[in-house]
Structure formats: C-alpha cells, structure tokens
Design a protein around this ligand. Structure first.
Ligand SMILES: *Cc1c(COP(=O)(O)O)cnc(C)c1O
Length: 375
C-alpha cells in the first residue's frame, strides 16, 4: 500500500485515455449519451446523478481516507446535513459539545422537523458519553480536533462505545485532514471533511466529503438523498478540490510546523491566558492526540488575558493575520469566534481562533508579538 503522501499526490490519477494528459480533464457535461432503453455505456446519465470529475475526486479521497465509499458534496454542511437526514426517523444523535457551531444550530432548528432528537455531551469525558446513550441512539457525532477549542476526543474509544450501544460513529475531521488522522482506521464509521478548508487548501472552492468505512445502508441512503436532494458537487469544484489534494501532504507539513512555532511563542506570552493546541504538552488531551494524529495541524486558539475587549483589540492590531472566517488556506486568519457565533455562542469571550497559513513563521510571530505587546 503506498504511503499517504504518495496517495495524496497520485491516488485516482492516470493519464487521460483520450489525450494522454497527466492533469485530469474537467468534464462539464450535464448529460451523457445512453441507449434507447436508457442503458449507460459509460456509467453516466446526468450530472446531478454522478459526473466523471466528481468521480475522480471521490476515488482519490476514498484512497486517502481508506474508505469503501466516498461521496462529494457542494459544502461541508451539505455533507453533514445529508448524513443526519439519512438517519431513520426517531433516531437520537449525540453531538460533541464543541462541534462546529452550525451543526449545533442545525440540530436545534431542523432536528424536530426531521424526527431526530439530540443531546450535547463533552466527548472528552467517555463516562458522560456512555451515560448519554439511549436505545434509540443511532449516531455519535464527534469532531476532533474541535472548533474552536481544539478539544481532542479518543476516536478508538468512542467507536467502541458507539458500537457497543448499537450506534455509529461519525468524525468531523476537518481540522485534521487524512494525512494527519485516519478516523476510519481507528474504528469510525463515517468521516466528514469540509473540503472548503485544507483539502481545497487555497480559499477558493467549497466542498464537503463523507467517507464510509463500509459501503453500507447509511452510505446508500446518503447517496440516494444526494441524488434526489440535488447536493451534487459541481465538476469545477470537484476538479479544484482534487487539485488541492495533490499538494495536501506538503502544505500540511508547513501548516503544522508554523502552528507549532506560533503555539510555543503564545504559550510563553504574559498577555496570553491560555493556548489551545493539541501539540503542546500542556494540552489536556495531548496523549490522545499523540496516539491518533501524525501531526497536530495548523489550527489553534488563544485566550487573551483581559477577556473580550482585550481580544478584540489584539485582533484589530494584527496585520498579517487577516480578520476573516474559515480556515485551512494559504493565508493566516484570525477570528473572534464569539462575535461571529452571536448570542448563542458558548465560546470564551476572550478567545481568538488562528488558522496558521503558509507564510514564514517568524513573520507570523512578529505580527502576534506586536499586536499583543502594544496593549
Ligand atoms: C467549515 C466547517 C464545516 C462546514 O463546512 P462548509 O464547507 O463551510 O459547509 C464543518 N465542520 C468544520 C469543523 C468546519 O470547520
């Protein structure tokens, strides 16, 4: 089996049979010739059902995730909503308490309509997870590392708990793409990625991924819902994501290296009350992270001493870190999450989330030193 770097650079690629081109063709056709009785000589009928470029990207992502089946979606939220809507009516879902904010809003707003119930639990507390399981629990929804507190939950232990209770485990692995973490190999049933982040990697394409350990009934239900619900990735987006994946391993190595330098600088700074980065020995789940991740990623958050006002002042003084949402792109970003999340936010008011980009680490540290020091 080729190593993960080799899979990222090459999986699913072969010279185009028509031209010999090494770069994959971008097939924009909406419709494909079929026989009079609707047999599909090439396997394709209509772009919304499936399309060759989406297929190429799914093949590469399946290899990276070690998945039996991978489905691409137009956004990470579309992928997540599909995984949830495909659960049987009456199902109970356990969401980790630091899951991506929009999923918690989705659960509150849409679950009653979909016939789903949910509870929110701290997934770093395995006893609390066990205690929250119900006979109807169909899915444990983990996110590790989590957004924005960088909590790390034990994927293998959660898989065991889920399976013992007759439930499935989904891991949102957006912060740790496949070159850093392999949830399916650790026992998870489904892994979700927002391809908008590290997989695309350049802040210019949106996408979502569901990769399934087995090509099972849940995978089939998600595929069926995508086909009829219409959440198919556009060929152009699929093509852009595959282009991003080709450099994933190299980019992640640099993101991880830069984030470590930034985290270590911040940890020693007098105006920083707390740094959340799984690569630091001080991180409460550092041991779990060391066991299940190859490296710790490019995301971290800090709590500025002095709370909300101090944090906003620091964010306002940063120059190289741009105040913007999203993550995983080439440029470094900062975001005061409590402001973006609004009144329902549970994020500490002094917290700033950093997406550490591909600049030189010394320039990033200098920007932070100036912004923190001037207060
Ligand atoms: C961004 C994000 C999502 C949602 O993905 P979109 O592509 O924005 O729809 C889901 N989970 C995590 C952890 C994210 O960071």
């Amino acid at each position: 089996m080729p190593r993960i770097e080799t899979l990222a650079a090459r999986a699913g690629s072969a010279p185009d049979p028509r031209s010999g081109a090494l770069s994959p063709p971008l097939q924009l056709a909406t419709t494909f010739e079929h026989t009079p009785d609707a047999q599909l000589p090439h396997g394709y009928l209509y772009q919304r059902y499936d399309n060759p470029t989406q297929h190429d990207t799914e093949a590469a992502l399946a290899a990276l995730d070690g998945a039996a089946r991978t489905l691409l979606f137009p956004t990470g939220m579309a992928a997540g909503a599909t995984a949830l809507q495909s659960l049987p009516r009456g199902s109970h879902v356990l969401l980790c308490d630091d899951s991506y904010f929009s999923f918690r809003v989705l659960a509150r707003q849409q679950f009653p309509r979909w016939g789903l119930e949910h509870d929110v639990v701290d997934f770093t507390d395995l006893d609390a997870v066990r205690a929250a399981l119900r006979p109807q629990t169909a899915l444990l929804w983990a996110e590790t590392p989590s957004n924005p507190l960088l909590k790390v939950s034990d994927i293998a232990a959660l898989a065991e708990i889920a399976h013992a209770g007759g439930a499935r485990l989904l891991v949102d692995g957006t912060f740790a793409p496949p070159v850093l973490q392999q949830p399916l190999a650790l026992g998870a049933d489904v892994v979700l990625h927002s391809a908008t982040k590290y997989l695309g990697g350049h802040g210019d394409v949106m996408g979502g991924v569901l990769s399934f350990r087995e090509d099972d009934a849940h995978a089939a239900a998600c595929h069926g819902l995508r086909l009829l619900g219409g959440a198919t990735a556009s060929p152009f987006a699929a093509w852009m994501i595959l282009r991003g994946v080709r450099t994933l391993a190299a980019r992640m190595a640099w993101h991880c290296r830069n984030a470590r330098v930034v985290a270590e600088f911040l940890e020693g700074h007098a105006r920083v009350a707390k740094v959340h980065f799984p690569g630091l020995a001080s991180h409460p789940q550092h041991a779990v992270a060391a066991r299940q991740m190859r490296d710790y990623g490019g995301m971290l958050s800090l709590e500025v001493a002095g709370g909300r006002d101090a944090a906003l002042a620091v964010a306002g003084r940063l120059r190289l870190f741009t105040n913007a949402t999203s993550l995983g792109s080439t440029e470094s970003l900062v975001e005061h999450r409590a402001s973006v999340e609004g009144p329902a936010s549970t994020t500490p008011p002094g917290l700033l989330r950093l997406s550490v980009g591909l600049e030189h680490a010394d320039d990033l540290v200098a920007d932070l030193a100036r912004a923190l020091g001037a207060g």
